[in-house]
Design a protein around this ligand. Sequence first.
Ligand SMILES: Nc1ncnc2c1ncn2[C@@H]1O[C@H](COP(=O)(O)OP(=O)(O)O)[C@@H](O)[C@H]1O
Ligand SMILES: [Mg+2]
Length: 324
Amino acid sequence: MYFNPQVKDNRNDFFNFEVIQEELKKAILDKNTPLIAIYGLRRTGKTSLIRVVLNSMSKKFIWIDSRDISSRDDFYKTLSDEIDKLKRFKIDKFTLKGVGLSLNFMKKGLDYLNKHKFVLVIDEAQLLKRLHLDNSVAFIYDNFPNIKIIVSGSESGMLKTFLGKNNAKAPLYGRAVFELQTGRLNKENGFTFLKEGSKQAKINFTDEEIMTAIKDLDGIIGWLTKYGWYRLKYAPKESLRRTIEEGSALAKEEFVKFASKAETRYKKIMKSIKGGARWDEIKKQMQISDKQLDSMMNRLIDSGFVEKIEGVYTIADPLLEASL
Ligand SMILES: Nc1ncnc2c1ncn2[C@@H]1O[C@H](COP(=O)(O)OP(=O)(O)O)[C@@H](O)[C@H]1O
Ligand SMILES: [Mg+2]
């Protein structure tokens, strides 16, 4: 069912995205594509896409969600636990706690992954940059050529930095990366998603209801899914209200975490961008230098909160905009 709010695992619950599914599949099968990167705004289906494609190919994989990783040792521990699960390798837990914890130490396990052509998925990989784990990914890339690495990230600019794009000093600089991008559904696909989803759920939304939902939620499939999920229980208006309320709270929480100590400033910028704005209009609202504003805008764009199209800045997520 499309409206199940969990990350999708199964092709039958997964709407459309055929082209990108095929591209990902091809890249996974291609021997000369060791590293795949999937960029896309939050809740546009990156995680679901990877899981659905790997499962449809019956590929064995190890999954690391970088949001759960708090230190380098934690990364190695998670990786070795996952290898253990696959192979019952029993990497010595006592030594794991010790000082010498490194990927080198796990060579035997990694050799096994390499030999069996496993896929290593690192979700939201940009979060590993602060732990300098781009180094470790480069180590795996260079020494275990048959381990296919898939990284994904909601913060496209940050993920590009992790991958060392345009930075000759970065550990992953110059490595071949095959890139894919998820995005919002266009109006037509958003419409079809809700229509077909409602048929599966045997509620049959009217065209008018669908248009209203899309107007507020845009083509962000995660929000449309949430709306559909609420519709299993509530009337259209109440479902939309709940989706907006809950979604805004979630989006706001992510934003506040990002802005951290500079929350007041970032909020002010975001407010000036509401509805779309050009540089000069934003600048007028802010008492900061061009250079400072430039760096803040770049961070907002790199982290997927703001988009810039033909000189106009907009807030990427309608529910984040609603929360401001
Ligand atoms: N193609 C799809 N068909 C049906 N539901 C989807 C699809 N893509 C994403 N979803 C739903 O949207 C939400 C967000 O998806 P997720 O894969 O977590 O996105 P991301 O990893 O980009 O943040 C989840 O509730 C998921 O079930
Ligand atoms: Mg995800």
